[in-house]
Design a binder for this molecule. Sequence first.
Ligand code: Z5A
Ligand code: MG
Length: 215
Amino acid sequence: PALAGPRRGALIVFEGIDRCGKSTQCSLLLESLQKQGVPAELWRFPDRTTLIGGLINEYLQKKASLNDAAVHMLFVANRHEKRDEMLRLLAGGTTLVLDRYSYSGVAYTAAKGVPHLGPDFCRSVESGLPAADLVVYLDLDPELSAARGGFGGERYEKLEFQKKVRSQYGALADGRWLRLDASQPAELLQAQVAAAVQRVVEQAAAGEQLGQLWD
Ligand code: Z5A
Ligand code: MG
């Protein structure tokens, strides 16, 4: 299906391991889009404010235990429950900046190494969600990210696991991802992000079709 028409907003996604600077860059980007008068919203996944997101939050904070398949499906459901609203906003001309999305779903679950939860399975259940116009991948050595104030107590915040996640991201990235060395100062990163985002916002507004996962 044609997911959105001309003058649509762009779907910009930030990805990367824990503490690589996603939230920092998302806020800087939102501010700069708004200054330029580009209608934009910043969302994050998981969206912990929904019923499903509440369960995910309990799991991440280690207040609830769920098996790997069950929690994976919750992360996926948390995106599907927001699909219609995403499409409505994009079609109406709002650019969406997402702090994590389906690519986190694949990278984190595949990093667990559970045979029936490999990358192909993980990709399949994201089908039908809008694909990012641009994935900004903030690539950082997990040793460096761990040094940024240390890990908190949430599940997955462990060096060995973050190394596996990074290698899954490496396998997932394609030529369309903007891979940035996230050890650079935030202002330098922001300038590179802004230039790439401006191009995709213009292309989306000019009528370039929104893709679907996974094309
Ligand atoms: N997860 C999943 O398993 N499946 C899914 O489908 C989805 C998610 C969507 C949610 O984490 C967890 O859920 C996550 C993946 C999993 N688990 N892990 N790991 P989250 O998104 O709530 O949290 P996070 O992304 O992992 O961590 P974070 O703390 O939000 O990191 P960040 O947003 O990338 O970084 P930041 O807050 O912008 O910066 C971190 C620190 O570094 C802070 O002190 C900054 O001031 C500093 N910083 C930022 N930029 C720089 C630069 N350029 N240089 C130096 N220092 C910097
Ligand atoms: Mg964050």
